[in-house]
Structures are given as structure tokens and as C-alpha cells.
Design a protein around this ligand. Sequence first.
Ligand SMILES: C[S@@+](CC[C@H](N)C(=O)[O-])C[C@H]1O[C@@H](n2cnc3c(N)ncnc32)[C@H](O)[C@@H]1O
Length: 280
Amino acid sequence: MAQKKELTKKEIIEKIVSKKEFSDLPRKDVEMVFDHFDREEFLDEEKIKLSRDLLRKMYTAFVSGKLLNIKDKSPEWFLKKHISTKERVGTYEEVYSRCLEGLFPAHVKKGNISIYDLGSGINGFSYDEFLGSGFEVDYFGFEAVGQLVDLQNSWFKKESKSATCVKGSLFDLEEVKEFLSESFYLKEGYSQKKGKRVKVVFLFKTLDSLEMLKRNYSKDLLKEVFKLVDRVVISFATKSLVSKKKFFAERLWLRKFLDENFKIVDEFEAGIEKYIVVEK
Ligand SMILES: C[S@@+](CC[C@H](N)C(=O)[O-])C[C@H]1O[C@@H](n2cnc3c(N)ncnc32)[C@H](O)[C@@H]1O
């Protein structure tokens, strides 16, 4: 009887990414997920299935298939096609005003703010929600799913927004540091504006995805990010994004880490999301 040929790692990775939803992820992330299941006890088919299941949980479970085919629709249409942003529609005004509150002394009437949205999904489509904040806002998204990056960039370009989205992996600390650096800002064609520029990072509902593969990685990421920015806003879903079941976990490990290393300046719930505003 002919023996079934074992596939090479490269062939397995090719099979994993042959599904459209995984076809434009950073290759390193796909490999990391595959390595997690590359154990003797699993057959090749099982490795492929387990890798796809975890990739889906980390990157694409929130995305409506319709988003993977570019369409000319309104920002709100896009926001409603991703579970994370869909739930935020209607609360944006309150959320952004609390996230940006107190960044400048009261006498500064028009401050410059750069938002760095890590694991942005399609949150860039909420750009117009910043317009009422009274600040000059540049928006930079960082996201692993290439199709979502392209979608936002074509809208930013068409609408001449002061915004850019970059495809990358949050597991690559060097890439993240470069994204938050002054050289990235200047390279993208943004010039030093008059007055102080304040840098704010959003980590909305993203740390859970990272922890699925690398426990405690969020702490390494936050330590590096804080060296380069003024404020970080972290959020968590208070109900499961997919099943809508209420979570009881308070993520005490993160609270303890934030309390010990940084200063929590505000905390609030809006919709089914809890936000923690943190400074150095
Ligand atoms: C639950 S969604 C939240 C999206 C967005 N922050 C929001 O709240 O609207 C998590 C996002 O993080 C992205 N993500 C997860 N792990 C990532 C990684 N290692 N590098 C870059 N993006 C990642 C996923 O692709 C997904 O778009």
C-alpha cells in the first residue's frame, strides 16, 4: 500500500493561507501559529485545521466576508461589517472625547494629536468622529489583515484624510517601534507641525488576540510602546464578541501590571466595552 507523503512545513503553510481570509496575513504570524501546533501527535490535516482555527480567533473572526471584497460604501457601512467597530457605532463621540481628554492644558485651543491604532481592524473608518474633538488629528492604523489595510488606505486617499494604515505584526517589536517613531512620521510625508504633538496609542480589544498565542506578551509590548508615546488607551469587550456572553474575567494580571508600572488616569465603560486610559 502506498504510504501517504508527509507535507513539508512550507507546503502546510501554503495550504493554510490558501483560504482567502488568511491569504494576506504577515507570513511570520502564520508560521508562529503553525509552530504552536507542529507536534508529533498531530497529523498534517489536524495541524492545518488547528492553525486555521487559531488564526481565525486571533485575526479574522470579527470580519464579515463582504469586507474582503472592496466595495464603495459609506464609512458607517464599513464600521458595521466588523464586529468590533459595529458595537462601537453610537458611542464614538463619548469614547473619543474621554480618550483625548486632558492631553493639553486648558489654554491650548488646538492641539496636534497623532493616534496610533494598534490592531486597528477597520477602526480607521471612524476618522470623521475625531473631527468634533477640537483637535488636529493624524491617524495611523497598524493591522495584520492586509485586505483591511488596503480598504482603509483607499478610502483615506479618496477622501484626502490625514491618515495611513500599515500592514504589520504586533509580535514584531522592531516593526512596532519603527511605526511609532519620528522617522516613520516624517517618511510618510507628515511634517513637524507648530506646537507640541501628542502621541496616543489605541489598543482596542487587541491584547486578548496577542495573549492567545503568547502569554504575557502584552506586557513586553506595553513597556516598549510607552517609551515612545504619551498615552495609551486599552479596551476590552465586556461580553464575548462572538457569543455575546458576559465575561467575568477582570484581567487582574493586566491591572496589576498597569498599577505597578504606569498611571491609570481614567476608566470607563461605553457600550459593551471597557476602556482604561494610561500614562507614564
Ligand atoms: C477584536 S479586533 C479589534 C479591532 C479594532 N481594534 C477595534 O476595536 O475596532 C482585533 C484586531 O487585532 C488584529 N491583530 C491581532 N493580532 C495582531 C497582530 N499580532 N498584529 C497585528 N494585528 C493584530 C486583528 O487582525 C484584528 O483586526
